[in-house]
Write a protein that binds this ligand. Structure first.
Ligand SMILES: C[S@@+](CC[C@H](N)C(=O)[O-])C[C@H]1O[C@@H](n2cnc3c(N)ncnc32)[C@H](O)[C@@H]1O
Length: 421
């Protein structure tokens, strides 16, 4: 059994690191060395295309030849990563003579250094090594621990910043995070969004944000319901902004959790403007917008080679006959590609009529995805000519994403038969 390795962080910026071997093992090790800004020299007659790409872009130097004694001159660190044990042995021997620590890929315990299973999350880098006769040869154990820690950091189950106490104002993360929560499925929020949510003192949440995530909040987190029901009760935008300012000014870390992406018909920019004007620090976290993800997951891609070379996202919250509409429906009618309409359920008959009147073929397929990514998801397919009647008959209601264009016809070929019905 070998002795316990001593863990250390090497500052390699500007220091020569020699990697002997250019195969897939090297390909996996090199990105960390490059992130550490080491002066990397790869010695190998052949390298993988990815390693060649790194050499071509000037990230490292590739010596296209076999290893020869003296290659470690001036090196601070070395790696013997060839698939030839004799070459690795020779590199290790030279490294020992030169007092350069050296990793050996084919027989890790014999190297004078060992590469930890490492990972990084938000400025925290962790390294895990195992040792002992069996375990040292089984990198899966260290990798499993690394994966568990990184995942816990990402999801906020493990803190990399001290969590504030329950008393207000104590070392809080500052300001507001404007977080796009994705279309509804809690798995479709970004890693950063989820982590910030786990640190929130206050969550101001929209109706279409992933509400299942609220269950994971600590019991002391204040939840402000910023629901705006279509044609129903609604928290006024001014009141939402006032709540954000009030809590942030009191030193609480506020997550403004929105559906989809904050800047796609999400009024995120209005809230951001107010917060910036008030001098509140804001972190913006983009989200997976329903405009793309809801049709995509329902088997309707927005573009397809040879079929749709454009996709336009419009709001239908005011219809074509409404003076407040900023949409040029005549121009949209002349599109050959894909039109995605959010908040368009009420205006759908008028929109369909306007598109046909403006020149779009009446037979153009229309796909309506209701409650996308949720267990209640439903898809209704029609054409511009009959969508008003079919939507009425099928009881289409918000939230729904409406897609107009030939891409809707791809659905049966993109989904298993039972889902495409
Ligand atoms: C105020 S907009 C917000 C859009 C959001 N910022 C985004 O990027 O997805 C609300 C509209 O988005 C669409 N929408 C959002 N989530 C949806 C979902 N899960 N299923 C269907 N439509 C959805 C509907 O058209 C709904 O009326």
């Amino acid at each position: 059994m070998s002795a316990m390795p001593y863990l250390v962080g090497l500052r390699l910026a500007g220091r020569r690191v020699v990697v002997v071997g250019g195969g897939v093992v090297a390909q996996r090790r090199l990105p960390s060395l490059l992130s550490a800004e080491a002066d990397v020299v790869v010695v190998s007659p052949d390298v993988t295309p990815a390693v060649e790409g790194m050499a071509r872009s000037g990230e490292l130097v590739w010596e296209r030849r076999r290893y020869r004694p003296g290659d470690l001159d001036g090196a601070w660190y070395a790696m013997a990563l060839t698939d030839d044990p004799a070459v690795n042995e020779a590199v290790l021997a030279e490294a020992a003579r030169a007092r350069v620590f050296c990793v050996r890929a084919d027989d890790a315990p014999r190297g004078s250094a060992v590469t930890p299973a490492s990972g990084e999350q938000d400025g925290v880098r962790i390294g895990v090594v195992t040792w002992g006769a069996g375990d040292e040869r089984d990198p899966r154990r260290a990798a499993a621990v690394r994966d568990g820690v990184i995942e816990a950091l990402r999801e906020g189950r493990l803190d990399s910043v001290p969590r504030r106490g329950t008393a207000e104002g104590e070392g809080a993360l500052p300001g507001v995070a404007l977080v796009g929560g994705g279309p509804g499925d809690p798995d479709l929020i970004t890693v950063r969004g989820r982590r910030l949510l786990a640190h929130a003192d206050v969550v101001v949440v929209d109706r279409l944000a992933p509400r299942a995530l609220l269950e994971e909040l600590r019991p002391d987190v204040i939840v402000v319901d910023a629901t705006k029901l279509p044609r129903g009760r609604a928290m006024q935008q001014e009141a939402i902004t006032a709540a954000l300012l009030e809590h942030a000014t009191a030193g609480r870390f506020v997550v403004r959790l929105k559906g989809g992406d904050p800047f796609v018909f999400g009024r995120g920019s209005e809230e951001l403007t107010e917060l910036v004007a008030a001098g509140i620090p804001v972190t913006v976290v983009p989200g997976v917008t329903s405009a793309v993800a809801v049709p995509g997951l329902a088997g309707i891609p927005l573009t397809h080679r040879g079929l749709a070379h454009e996709a336009v996202i419009v709001s239908g919250h005011v219809g074509p006959d409404d003076d407040r509409s900023l949409v040029d429906w005549g121009a949209l009618a002349r599109l050959t590609g894909t039109l995605v309409i959010l908040m368009g359920v009420d205006s759908l008959p008028k929109i369909a009529h306007e598109l046909v009147a403006g020149g779009r073929a009446p037979g153009t397929p229309v796909g309506i995805v209701i409650d996308g990514t949720m267990p209640t998801e439903r898809v209704v397919v029609a054409t511009l000519a009959d969508v008003a009647e079919i939507a009425e008959r099928e009881g289409v209601r918000p939230p729904a994403v409406v897609v107009v264009g030939e891409v809707v016809g791809l659905r049966p070929s993109l989904l298993p038969a039972e889902r495409a019905e």
